[in-house]
Design a protein around this ligand. Structure first.
Ligand SMILES: NC(=O)c1ccc[n+]([C@@H]2O[C@H](COP(=O)([O-])OP(=O)(O)OC[C@H]3O[C@@H](n4cnc5c(N)ncnc54)[C@H](OP(=O)(O)O)[C@@H]3O)[C@@H](O)[C@H]2O)c1
Length: 325
């Protein structure tokens, strides 16, 4: 089978196609013939050699944390009825960029016939993360919610789900194309955080009342601006730092401002029952037409390096997926 390996830590060019023997399932596992692989910011970070304090990854390794495909074989203790079933699953922190993946049976999420496999794959990470954030945000109707970044795969799902809770959504992103996409997903207002007046624009967006719930995956300067714009009684949920630095604030500042703060541990739920429950919920909501991931670009497996470059240089909009024929 073919796979893409990171042959070292470095730029996108370290991602190279390699051949490997077909995979075999252990007793409680299945082998999935992968047709779609999710591309995430964490894949890019690990390829660069970042995050090694959290994840023990050494080259050569196969990046990719989420896949969609069809079960082609099962281990001794797994019901053979799984064979032929369309599924999505989390692979862990690696193993997704390949024609086959070995998945524990308990991780499998069934994809109903009515839902496209690529749609389900686009939600295997972003959908469950968005739902975990939403549960923590405890949004009430008419509250102001800020989504940062607002035009990534996750951001666009979060906008739709927050709207469905009755929230009034503001999206922060860079550039007209991304801001327009956030509006199409249901944002009521947008703020270009690359604009020098972004702090004023953010304040004006709520008519001065402040943001009730901030979902901050960007961090850095604008994350700080968003923290300062959080209303008394609001929730500030910092789950990522795509700008390169987390949002800085102190516990005293949060207490003085009457802001409840929650951190990234909230979305680091891989392998838990909660992760499985939320992934199934995301797939069910997509099947029911309640949420629709927005796939902005797809690449064949052998162009994984181009997919990483698009994520890294911020030309990617919405979700990025790899297709594997
Ligand atoms: N997706 C998940 O399930 C998940 C789970 C846990 C944690 N996270 C973390 O949450 C953060 C956002 O995740 P995501 O899935 O939305 O990421 P993504 O798809 O890679 O999008 C990140 C976005 O961040 C913005 N950005 C701002 N400054 C940037 C910079 N200096 N370099 C690159 N991008 C920059 C870009 O949008 P603009 O061009 O509009 O600024 C970019 O599109 C990441 O730190 C990620 O690791 C994500």
């Amino acid at each position: 089978m073919q796979m893409v390996q990171a042959r070292g830590f470095g730029g996108p060019e370290v991602l190279q196609v390699a051949d490997a023997p077909a995979l075999t399932a252990g007793p409680t596992e299945v082998v999935v013939k992968v047709s779609t692989a999710d591309v995430l910011a964490i894949d890019v970070a690990l390829r660069k050699g970042e995050g090694r304090e959290l994840f023990s990854v050494e080259p050569p390794f196969v990046p990719g944390t989420g896949v969609g495909g069809t079960v082609i074989s099962v281990g001794d203790e797994v019901d053979v009825a799984w064979v032929g079933q369309r599924v999505v699953a989390i692979t862990g922190v690696m193993g997704g960029y390949a024609e086959q993946a070995v998945i524990a049976e308990r991780e499998l999420v069934v994809v109903p016939d009515e839902l496209e496999l690529d749609t389900a794959t686009a939600l295997i990470n972003d959908g469950r993360t968005a739902l975990a954030l939403l549960e923590a945000g405890d949004i009430r109707p008419r509250e102001w919610v800020l989504v940062l970044p607002g035009a990534s795969g996750l951001g666009l799902v979060l906008i739709q789900l927050a709207r469905a809770c009755g929230a009034r959504v503001i999206a922060g992103a860079r550039g007209t194309t991304k801001l327009d996409l956030a509006l199409q997903a249901g944002a009521e207002a947008t703020v270009d955080y690359a604009h020098p007046d972004s702090a004023t624009r953010l304040r004006e967006a709520t008519g001065g009342s402040g943001i009730d719930v901030v979902f901050d995956g960007v961090g850095g300067h604008f994350g700080r601006t968003a923290f300062e714009a959080t209303a008394r009684g609001g929730r500030f949920i910092g789950y990522g730092d795509s700008s390169g630095a987390p949002t800085e604030y102190s516990a005293d500042e949060a207490q003085d401002g009457g802001v409840r703060v929650l951190g990234p541990e909230l979305v680091h739920i891989g392998g838990t029952d909660k992760a499985k429950r939320l992934a199934e919920q995301a797939v069910n909501q997509a099947t029911a037409g309640q949420v629709r991931p927005i796939v902005g670009q797809t690449f064949p497996l052998e162009r994984a390096a181009d997919a990483h470059a698009a994520v890294e240089n911020r030309t990617a909009v919405g979700k990025t997926l790899l297709f594997i024929p």
